[in-house]
Design a protein around this ligand. Structure first.
Ligand code: SAM
Length: 257
């Protein structure tokens, strides 16, 4: 998968060189390119913002640098020309997805992360200030599938943290990125529930014991305990998830009886 991120703070994305996502890039599983939007400005101050039309507080990101950036990135180019290999274009390939972090986007969830992991390429446009001039997204829709997404119902200073979260959530689903793919299946949100509590050695720590069942060696009982604990935790912390699961599949909880 190829991912291009456009931002005025490329250094914000540096942590993506670490840990599993960094390793995925070194193994060629993920082809990540981070671009400085200011590379597409044409004035000597490298201006990317101006006052809002209609007045009001804050600044709005200018359409010109964004338009040039998204045109170039669409061709797999950075400000100085081509960057990285072109991704394979299948027959009738769809336009690339342009993901736009925004508090007014649809909240990112695990099923979206899976859908995005199946894409050959993603482009992420990180806004700052009061956001990007709306015409940029209207124009981009001619050559991208534009998808605003939100990290949650709160406001960040910029889209970079959302881009980090997106690349990590999607990148870890790419084949080969996580060593044991089974660990992906058991995680919170994969089956619509939260994961059960987890423990490791030692069996007793500060007078707190690992639950006996986990040390019993009885796989069936361990599986039942985990499912029950996952259900209890979901009911306590996220009853909305439980309700949504039952609405989707009224028989979903039967196995827990
Ligand atoms: N004025 C905008 C609004 O009320 O919708 C918020 C602008 S915010 C200060 C600046 C940028 O941060 C946004 O353009 C977006 O890229 C990013 N951002 C802020 N909150 C976000 C969230 N919850 N999810 C994803 N991106 C967010």
């Amino acid at each position: 998968m190829r991912v291009d991120v456009v931002t005025i703070f490329p250094d914000y994305l540096a942590p993506l060189q670490l840990s599993l996502i960094g390793r995925a890039q070194r193994l060629g599983l993920l082809d990540l390119h981070v671009h400085d939007l200011r590379g597409w400005t044409e004035d000597r101050h490298r201006t990317v913002d101006d006052t809002p039309a209609g007045g009001g507080a804050g600044m709005v990101m200018l359409p010109e640098p964004w338009g040039r950036a998204l045109d170039a990135v669409h061709r797999c180019e950075g400000p100085d020309g081509p960057v990285g290999p072109l991704p394979p274009a299948g027959d009738g390939a769809e336009p690339p997805l342009l993901l736009v972090p925004s508090p007014s986007g649809r909240p990112l969830d695990q099923s979206t992360a899976h859908a995005l992991a199946a894409e050959p390429r993603l482009v992420v446009a990180c806004g700052r200030y009061e956001g990007i001039d709306e015409r940029v997204l209207v124009d981009a829709a001619q050559r991208y599938r534009v998808q605003p997404f939100s990290l949650g119902d709160y406001v960040l200073n910029g889209g970079e943290v959302a881009a980090l979260a997106l690349v990590e959530a999607v990148g870890r689903l790419l084949p080969g990125v996580v060593g044991n793919p089974d660990s992906l299946l058991e995680e919170s949100h994969e089956q619509g529930l939260l994961e059960h509590p987890v423990y490791t050695r030692p069996p007793r720590w500060r007078d707190l014991d690992v639950p006996d069942v986990l040390l019993s060696g009885h796989h069936g009982q361990v599986a039942r305990w985990r499912r029950e604990q996952g259900l209890r935790r979901t009911a306590r912390r996220r009853p909305d998830l439980l309700a949504a699961l039952v609405a989707r599949d009224p028989a979903a909880l039967d196995a827990a009886d």
